[in-house]
Design a protein around this ligand. Structure first.
Ligand SMILES: *[C@@H]1O[C@H](CO)[C@@H](O)[C@H](O)[C@H]1NC(C)=O
Ligand SMILES: [Zn+2]
Ligand SMILES: [Zn+2]
Length: 308
């Protein structure tokens, strides 16, 4: 008995050691670097400052820079603030209703450090206009076919985070917001039946080509969903999820309303109040109602009359 309990004590001790070691071993520095942009505030074209490289990675990941490891772009992996980076920063600023200065002013740095959706932003500076809603790129524009207006969903997770009893009602409320302004209906699929949409929690690389980044770093990814008709909506299992978030937690339902917009074919909006804006603060609730930009976007995509 005594032996057994000291053995259990040792196990618990080892488990604790592993729990404390793991984050520093694996998680705190993805790509070997932490993402803290504070010290880059004020950086602009022509400078070379340690850490500019991380801004390049950030903008490349979210659709603003396309060095593509092209050797012709000598500055792809260094800390030089070059022309390409300046125009990418401008485009990012336009997409977030910030003044397009092309330099890393404090508003821009602050925006980049917010937790956000993993879906890349659809850039549009080349067209010269900032629209309030966007669609996924592609010809034809990705959307559900006309004979597909009753969509079914299932819950399938790679990690246990939130139980189904908690998840079901909030997901159902999130779908209802979009059903109210479209011709779509949404229902949970019968157990074992085929479904159009799969919803769940996953961590790190999880087989869909879009890895999550763990609980850090600053500017981290919270969730993602894919364009029609792929039908995948994943929460990053490493975040602090809640139905009633404090300032260190993320609201499950707000993220659901946003990601369902992607499932239906919307990209990110440049309107900070819109559900389809790409970032959200911990503790913030943005469960609806859908904003004019969201409603106009989805009704334009599905050829429904405006306004409703
Ligand atoms: C989760 O919450 C804990 C405690 O409130 C906090 O210390 C931690 O930073 C949070 N993690 C994330 C990824 O926000
Ligand atoms: Zn998004
Ligand atoms: Zn995924």
């Amino acid at each position: 008995m005594a032996l057994k309990s000291s053995f259990l004590g040792l196990q618990a001790f080892l488990l604790l050691v592993i729990m404390f070691m793991l984050p520093s071993l694996l998680f705190s520095k993805p790509n070997g670097k932490s993402f803290d942009l504070q010290h880059l505030e004020g950086c602009h074209k022509g400078q070379k400052v340690k850490g500019v490289n991380q801004v390049k990675q950030y903008l490349e990941r979210f659709g603003y820079l396309h060095y593509n490891n092209d050797p012709a772009h000598a500055n792809a992996n260094d800390d030089v603030f070059d022309d390409l980076l300046e125009s990418a920063v401008k485009e990012y600023q336009l997409n977030h209703q910030l003044k397009p200065t092309g330099s890393l002013n404090s508003m821009t740095v602050k925006q980049m450090m917010k937790p956000r959706c993993g879906v890349p932003d659809t850039t549009r500076m080349s067209s010269g206009t900032v629209s309030h809603f966007t669609f996924f790129p592609g010809t034809p524009t990705p959307k559900w076919p006309a004979d597909k207006r009753s969509l079914t969903y299932t819950f399938r997770s790679g990690a246990e985070v939130i139980d189904l009893q908690t998840l079901r009602p909030l997901i159902s409320r999130a779908f209802a917001k979009w059903a109210a302004v479209t011709q779509f209906t949404f229902a949970e699929a019968q157990a074992g039946a085929q479904s159009d949409i799969s919803i769940g929690f996953y961590r790190r690389a999880h087989g869909d080509g879009a890895s999550f980044d763990g609980p850090g770093p600053v500017g981290r990814i919270l969730a993602h969903a894919f364009r029609p008709t792929i039908g995948l909506f994943h929460y990053d299992a490493d975040e602090n999820w809640s139905t009633n978030p404090t300032t260190t937690e993320i609201d499950l339902e707000s993220i659901a309303v946003h990601e369902i917009g992607h499932l239906l074919g919307l990209g990110h909006s440049s309107i900070p109040e819109a559900i389809m804006f790409g970032s959200i603060e911990p503790g913030q609730r943005k469960r609806g109602p859908l904003q004019p930009a969201d409603v106009q976007g989805i009704r334009t995509l599905y050829d429904l009359p405006l306004p409703i």
